[in-house]
Design a protein around this ligand. Sequence first.
Ligand SMILES: *Cc1c(COP(=O)(O)O)cnc(C)c1O
Length: 392
Amino acid sequence: MNMARNISNPTSGFPEKSDLLRLPFLDLAADYLEMSTEIDAAVARVLHSGWFILGNEVAGFEADFAAYCGVNHAVGVASGTDALLLALRALDIGAGDEVITVAHTAVATVTAIELSGATPVFVDVEPATGTLDATLLPAAINRRTRAIIPVHLYGHPADLEPILTVARQHGRIALVEDCAQAHGATYHGRPVGSWGDVAAFSFYPTKNLGALGDGGAIVTNDGAVAERLRALRQYGWHERYISQVAGFNSRLDELQAAVLRVKLRRLDERNGARRRLAALYNEQLTGSSLLLPSEWPGSRHVYHLYAVQSRQRDRLQEFLKSSGIGTAVHYPVPVHLQPAYRRLGHQAGSLPVTERLAQQLLSLPLYPQLQPAQIETICDCIMAFEKQTGQI
Ligand SMILES: *Cc1c(COP(=O)(O)O)cnc(C)c1O
């Protein structure tokens, strides 16, 4: 198969049309096409304005996004990683400090902690949701602990109340929410991002609110923190050419902000579509041996990903692939066991739930344009695999 491809098109690594998956894991072009008129108009408006960095579009988007999250301030930056990094720096967290988070996350959570100069400390996750297990916090806290970063994984909020309780008992420990996968999710009826001292969002194209390139934002109710963030994202300037603090260059550009304003207006509708498709998956897979995603009562999961747990994960993924269905694993190797982070001193077995999830989780296709009939096809295929392997 590969040989045939190389012979038919020796100069390109791209697959021939016939090799393309029938049901891809993601379809970002479909996402653009659905809003192309408004997006094209927004892009043209920026091009004609002649203003490309930190202008009216960014200010407009920041106001819209703060209101959407139910907070006073939003500050646009260049990526989700930078949003976390600047959030920590704005809280004056850096060298000599420890920040508690999970190893079952996108590596960027940990990248950001290390870029700030602080040391990441990992705790294990809850088996049902894969989010930070608050009961493990007390044993991980010491006098150097300055922040806790729970990750609202796959669109599902971490259990914030017990985490906040522990943080407040210790006084100077900040809560920094990693909301990169959870735009529009709520916990006890209130938006994620409004619970922490600060919260970081990513607008990487695949996220529920995705730009046409990189982007991110920090939200907070604290005006002084917001002001520090605005300086930090642009060379530490409070006024032009005078750096009050040592800053960064991490700006959201006008084109991305203009596109994000269009997409933000449709976010609730699209999260609703994700939730309906997830409910259909749940219904169709009820008789299977898979462990399906769960939701806290009173929370709103926005299904950035629809991830199931299977004891035969690799075989199931292979079976679906051979049937033309794309899937993905989030994440195959937990951060504490990745080559770059071995130096932090964790051994295999130190985070047992995290490590088991890395072997069992499989993300199925889920995006707003997916048709119910396509979900039925995927579920039929999964049930056929389960029968064939004697699991049901
Ligand atoms: C995507 C993501 C990030 C990083 O966002 P970038 O915009 O890619 O830098 C951080 N944390 C989590 C949980 C993510 O999924």
